[in-house]
Write a protein that binds this ligand. Structure first.
Ligand code: NAG
Ligand code: NAG
Ligand code: NAG
Ligand code: NAG
Length: 363
């Protein structure tokens, strides 16, 4: 026999569920429609600081940015833990799939069931495909992020039942955006991995970690999976400052490592798609659009490509980009917000270049 309490709880959940359904219908009426009138219940994101909406606020690491001037253009100036002046690609992508405008951090203790049902980001700034990358920064590794997703599934099943949980998991969009820190921090800046691996063998190792992750995500029910390639990480301001010589040129070795990894990832994803014909594995090229933005900056209305908006723009990121720093007067002139992360404007341009003609491939 169900107790009265259980019945009330169940009724309450049904009401929440009903409201959620109405909200989804209303959202889809107003957003542009997806191929074949498909609907996407939720968007889930795994990765690093490019798509971390504030998970690192709740873990013990120095890789944080929940203080000004971060968030300067977020809803009137709220530092949420997003590594930018405003929204980040995880938010922009959730909107492109017609789900919601802001994708919350899974670890946010104030998160509501409603938020969970339409998707969250598990990403953690500083993380990498290489477990050592995440470990040296004390952040959530990819396997930690998968553990959070397992916990997520349990919570949602308890709240809305197995059938609904199954529908959310199988029909949602999964985005993976990670790998820059493996090359920029672990390989180019610290000696550990360089001693152990040359670039070809390090990118093989990263690929094997990526492949393991994608297989596990498939095993947990993900069917519509998009993976961003690694951008031209050698061209971010901090890499130019540290390794680019007197003229602060792009660090070619980082760019070559990214390109080598990307070509391996491309073929791996093709193979995964063949192996699992009930799933979509969508390779999302961010390398070339990123180079386009930097080389053709004026085409997109930018005129500062090699300095961040925060401080001198050469080196400030995370705690070095803090309330004591001046920021540039016009953020829409700048490709980069700090010495490592793009501005919101760049993220909008980049997300469109990367994703707009790939959305159909998820269905
Ligand atoms: C999508 O929905 C619209 C409106 O209901 C309908 O006219 C159209 O034929 C549908 N398209 C597909 C591919 O099902
Ligand atoms: C990187 O490669 C470009 C093009 O091949 C070249 O012009 C540039 O000088 C190289 N930069 C460095 C720092 O070696
Ligand atoms: C720069 O823009 C031109 C013209 O649109 C284009 O042909 C070229 O490929 C772009 N450069 C890069 C690196 O994408
Ligand atoms: C800021 O920069 C953008 C792009 O270069 C430009 O269109 C805009 O007029 C500038 N705004 C101000 C206040 O200077």
């Amino acid at each position: 026999m169900k107790s009265l309490f259980q019945m009330l709880l169940s009724l309450r959940l049904q009401i929440i569920y009903f409201c959620y359904f109405i909200a989804i219908i209303l959202q889809h009426v107003s957003s542009k429609s997806l191929p074949n009138n498909e609907t996407v219940p939720a968007v889930f994101v795994f990765g690093d600081s490019i798509v971390d909406p504030g998970n690192n606020n709740y873990i013990n690491t120095i890789v944080k940015c929940n203080f000004p001037p971060y968030g300067r253009d977020f809803d009137g100036g709220i530092p949420t833990g997003r590594f930018s002046n405003g929204l980040v690609p995880s938010d922009i992508i959730a909107e492109k799939f017609g789900v919601k405008k802001v994708l919350p951090a899974y670890l946010d203790p104030n998160i509501q069931l409603q938020d969970l049902l339409t998707g969250v980001s598990f990403a953690s700034g500083g993380a990498g495909y290489d477990p050592l990358t995440s470990q040296i920064m004390f952040v959530k590794s990819l396997s930690d992020q998968l553990d959070m997703f397992k916990e997520y599934k349990k919570k949602v099943e308890e709240a809305v039942g197995e059938k609904k949980r199954e529908e959310i998991v199988s029909k949602s969009i999964y985005i993976v955006c990670i790998g820059s820190d493996d090359i920029a921090n672990t390989y180019a800046q610290t000696p550990f991995r360089r001693i152990q691996y040359d670039i070809p063998s390090y990118t093989d190792f990263l690929l094997s970690e990526a492949s393991k992750f994608l297989q596990e995500l498939y095993g947990l029910g993900g069917r519509r999976i998009g993976v961003f390639s690694i951008p031209a990480i050698g061209c971010v301001p901090s890499q130019r400052t540290i390794n680019g010589g007197k003229h602060r040129e792009c660090l070619n070795s980082s760019n070559q490592a990214a390109q080598l990894f990307n070509s391996k990832l491309f073929f791996k994803m093709k193979a995964l798609g063949k192996e699992h014909s009930d799933a979509r594995f969508v390779y999302l090229d961010s390398y070339n659009p990123f180079v386009d933005i930097i080389q053709n900056a004026s085409k997109y209305g930018f005129n500062e490509i090699d300095k961040g908006c925060c401080g001198t723009g050469d080196i400030e990121v995370g705690i070095l980009c803090n309330p004591l720093m001046n920021t540039c007067s016009n953020r829409s002139d700048y490709v980069f917000w700090d010495s490592y992360h793009p501005t919101e404007k760049t993220y909008y341009v980049l997300s469109s270049l990367v994703l707009d003609n790939k959305i159909k491939d998820f269905f």
